[in-house]
Design a binder for this molecule. Structure first.
Ligand code: NAD
Length: 360
């Protein structure tokens, strides 16, 4: 028996479902009572791991002891499970990408409101240390006013798994990894979007994208390049960020990186021309020793509640969600705009003014 307050069932006991089960072992408020998966072998795995294996979704939803349903299935069925669970008066935590199309999220938000239950999306990479470090650089103007952000993840293993290769399941890298990087970017840059230009790659011959590049320009003047690749045998840095007085780089999730800022003293010598290739350059010469200072990346203090603690605070009416559904909706609409830009090879302007707003 447990004295934790909330009973949760995981629907979809694959990679991410079992990851949540492990994480929730540490949580003081939430108890994982069981799981439901369409596959017999996953139900057997659930029993072996010590969780009840429900035989159907309706068995989960008719169990009055269940407070939360956590959805960790492929993306195409998030909506139907979420709405059924909300109608059964359960709170719902849902994996990213919340749905394939923005209209589906609007339907879910309406069901949450109608049933007076919470619906929260697991945009867990808002808590990533590399992201929070860059957000601190941005917020505190450690390299001056940030005017350009490059955010990348690059692998060399192609599209993973089975359903991620198929459109009908919401496969492809824009929906899979793009949703994280775009969510981070929009969470950090508090400005309307001025324009979007994107291209998707289909190098591996799948019906879904195996990567993409998108340029997003914000109304506050900040430009950004977001890139996901699965055919990169040499990786570029995870973050490369330019500000009016310096540059920050984070190479990887181990937070290797540095900050280099400009010194503006009278004793700073002008750079000396260097031979470069078959020519001479002063513009591209390294700065003189006194012209720049190199420092370590700033340390972040944990300022946000953890994801699950925030979910509980929201349910108990003690806090606003850190991941707001309106923000998740804007990211979905941005991904739809990216698909459109890539298809038409056009720069799409005025994104925030043309995307539909909802009035619940
Ligand atoms: P997976 O294929 O490993 O697991 C999915 C499971 O859902 C499978 O066991 C499958 O049998 C089951 N399933 C399919 N349809 C179902 C249904 N209608 N009802 C019940 N069970 C069903 O996939 P995964 O990698 O665990 O991804 C699951 C979700 O988690 C996706 O939405 C994915 O985008 C997300 N995800 C999030 C992160 C993150 O960092 N937030 C990481 C990986 C995956």
């Amino acid at each position: 028996m447990t004295n934790r307050n909330y009973q949760l069932v995981i629907v979809g006991y694959g990679g991410m479902g079992s990851y949540h089960a492990k994480l929730l072992k540490e949580n003081q408020s939430i108890n994982v009572v069981g799981t439901y998966d369409i596959l017999e072998e996953k139900r057997a795995a659930s029993l072996a791991d010590g969780y009840k294996a429900y035989e159907s979704l309706s068995a989960v939803l008719s169990d009055d002891a269940v407070d939360f349903v956590l959805i960790a299935t492929p993306n195409d069925v998030h909506k139907e499970i979420a709405i059924a669970a909300l109608n059964a008066k359960k709170h719902v935590i849902c994996e990213k990408p919340v749905t394939i199309y923005s209209e589906e999220l609007i339907e879910i938000m309406q069901a949450a409101k109608l049933n007076d239950r919470k619906f929260i999306v697991h945009q867990n990479r808002r808590w990533d240390e590399d992201f929070l470090t860059i957000k601190k650089v941005y917020d505190e103007q450690i390299i001056g006013n940030v005017f350009h952000i490059e955010s990348r993840v690059q692998g060399a293993n192609g599209i993973p798994g089975d359903w991620r290769h198929l459109k009908a399941y919401g496969g492809g890298m824009l929906l899979d990894w793009g949703v994280h990087l775009l969510d981070q970017l929009l969470f950090m840059v508090d400005s309307k979007i001025e324009s979007v230009y994107a291209n998707l790659s289909y190098i591996l011959g799948d019906e879904v994208d195996d990567g993409f590049q998108v340029c997003i320009t914000f109304e506050n003047g900040c430009t950004s390049l977001v890139e996901v690749g699965t055919t990169n045998f040499i990786q570029l840095p995870r973050w490369y960020v330019k500000g009016t007085s310096g540059t920050a780089v984070i190479q990887d999730w181990d937070l290797n990186g540095k900050i280099v800022t400009q010194n503006r003293g009278a004793d700073v010598e002008a750079p000396k021309p260097i031979k470069a290739g078959q020519g001479l350059t002063k513009t591209m010469a390294p700065p003189s020793e006194l012209a720049v200072s190199t420092s370590a990346l700033p340390k972040i203090e944990t300022v946000m509640e953890s994801f699950y603690d925030n979910v509980i605070s929201v349910v108990e009416g003690k806090a606003e969600p850190i991941v707001k559904n309106e923000e998740v909706l804007r990211v979905l609409q941005l991904m739809e705009t990216i698909f459109k830009s890539a298809e038409t090879n056009e720069v799409i302007k005025d994104f925030d003014n043309i995307t539909s707003k909802i009035n619940l």
